[in-house]
Design a protein around this ligand. Sequence first.
Ligand SMILES: [Zn+2]
Length: 243
Amino acid sequence: MATDAPLHPLSDSDSDSSLDAGARASDCLEELIAGHRRYQRGEPVHYQNAAKDREHYADHQCPRVAVLACADSRVPPEIIFDQKIGHLFVLRVAGNFADDDNQASMEYALQHFTPPPALIVVLGHERCGAVKAAVDCFDPHPQFSPSHGPAPSSRLLALVGRLEEAVLGTKAPAASPGSAPADAGAHAQRIDQAVRRNVMINVDKIRANPVIRQAGVWVMGGRYDLDTGEIEWLTDPPSRGGA
Ligand SMILES: [Zn+2]
């Protein structure tokens, strides 16, 4: 990539609508990566223009990318990808899982914006509290899963249940010979496995959505590192025109 400068100027005239979906998705991914590099360097270009962007987008929006991210306060997509108001269609829920409601929102974006978003990103993150809660629920280890605190509500239990598949597909921390308790490092690794698996499960779920599939949208998955700010992409960009 030659530059980390924004690919799209403020005066977005929808000039990229003539490109096919794969070409637009590729441009969008490139801009996300460039924006993320700006964020990592501490050189964002959009934050300081938020008031100007607010005025510009008061009567329309032009989201080129939809992001399904966790509600975690440390993982704000607009900041992490250094994108301006009007350019990201963000859906957030603890555990960043795809359900009927947020998939319906994606379908709305695809059907009502011109040009429609060309890229959907499922963004999980390190040390996700929702994923940890799911691990604690479906494979509790008393030494890592303290029982104090208020009992979870039925709604919270239902949310955690959405992450069951991600947890059950990972391996429990290995116990040392002699039935010694699993160590905290192994437990943390197990949570991280579930974070990654949860991203991929939901990438596949979104890719299987017929409306999204028909639109030729790219669906990518990534894991955000809370310590370094790095994003590890868990999927490769698809071949042109595919999802
Ligand atoms: Zn989280």
